[in-house]
Design a protein around this ligand. Structure first.
Ligand SMILES: Cc1ncc(C[n+]2csc(CCOP(=O)(O)OP(=O)(O)O)c2C)c(N)n1
Ligand SMILES: [Mg+2]
Length: 323
């Protein structure tokens, strides 16, 4: 609960007023709005990301969620993990549904049918739902300038349907539809740069995050939710099943993704890039890749090629932040 969620003319309970006074910037709720007892896999970093996200969002939200792992694990009838209003959407229309909810709320407030309030509409989807099938709905919603937050939980493949590649799967990763073997190294395309695509829409706020850096993640979600207009947060979510990694290493692997420069943490605020961490020297990508079975087959040469690309992309990003 925080400033941005306060209803106009509505008196807050004293406890929340006190908390609000302390947390001017990051009004994180202590309540769990994503309940435990869901069906996520052991070591799932995505469910951790959703939990942290919900803490940062507070109570006054409406969530539209695409089909994908998080919807599957949280909404098996007759149970639900959601303590806030939540609607399941299709793969292709999450951002369109969020747009409709936001426009509907606005119209109802204008007509005096509901009190004026700052309910935040949040769309959530996986990498398949964002970078592939839901891309046009997302682009449309960003371009129309809806007041909503879109969060991509990126586990780098279509995981709930059996580890099929998406356009966010990294180069060289073996998946069931890009299997490594005699004729292929696995995924032969480079990961689609979703934050850059979103940045091309010139929206006020974009950030990347990872649950291995929980406070950074919550700060960014909280900041994004406070934006008046479209905001986008892209969250890398380690998937031990799909990445063939030990479940107890998910947090460490997420940290390595950041420390190697493979998944840099940064923000773009009104067009201005800002790196979230000062990393004087990147760790070798091998440190990250060796812990994951999906890269096990890669040759030294391919890893070198990936290392070079990662270093180049990271430098480009740092140059944008410095420029
Ligand atoms: C148009 C359409 N195609 C295919 C499916 C089947 N489907 C449901 S979820 C899913 C994969 C989701 O991948 P992603 O968005 O990355 O989420 P994850 O499961 O990895 O969390 C697929 C292919 C569908 N529901 N709708
Ligand atoms: Mg996915």
């Amino acid at each position: 609960m925080g400033k941005k969620f306060i209803d106009v003319g509505q008196e807050l309970p004293p406890k929340i007023r006190a908390r609000h006074a302390i947390h001017e910037v990051r009004p994180v709720t202590i309540k769990e709005n994503f309940a435990s007892g869901n069906r996520s896999c052991i070591g799932c970093a995505e469910v951790l990301a959703v939990r942290l996200t919900c803490k940062a969002l507070g109570d006054n939200v409406i969530i539209a969620m695409a089909t994908g792992c998080m919807e599957i694990v949280s909404s098996q009838l007759p149970y639900t993990s959601w303590e806030v209003p939540w609607i399941h959407t299709l793969f292709e229309n999450t951002a369109a549904v969020a747009s409709g909810i936001e426009a509907g709320l606005k119209a109802m407030m204008r007509k005096g049918r509901i009190p004026v309030q700052e309910t935040k509409v949040v769309a959530m989807a996986g990498d398949g739902g964002t970078a592939d099938i839901g891309l046009q709905a997302l682009s449309g919603a960003l371009e129309r300038g809806h007041n909503f937050l879109y969060i991509c939980f990126d586990n780098e493949a279509y995981m709930n349907t059996g580890i099929q590649r998406s356009s966010a799967t990294p180069y060289g990763a073996s998946t069931t539809t890009s299997p490594a073997g005699k004729v292929s190294i696995g995924q032969i395309t480079w990961k689609k740069d979703m934050p850059a695509i979103v940045a091309a829409h010139n929206i006020p706020y974009i950030a990347t995050a990872c649950p291995s850096y929980p406070f950074d993640l919550m700060d960014k979600v909280s900041k994004a939710a406070a934006v008046k207009g479209p905001a986008y947060v892209h969250i890398l979510s380690v998937c031990p099943v799909g990445w063939r990694s030990p479940s107890e290493l998910s947090v460490r692997i997420g940290r390595l993704a950041v420390e190697t420069g493979i998944f840099p943490l940064y923000e773009i605020e009104n067009g201005k890039y800002k790196m979230s961490l000062d990393l004087p020297k990147l760790k070798p990508v091998y440190d990250y890749m060796r812990l994951q079975g999906r890269f096990r087959h890669l040759s030294e040469d391919t890893i070198k090629q990936i290392q070079q690309r990662v270093a180049e992309e990271y430098q480009k990003l740092v140059a944008k932040a410095e420029g």
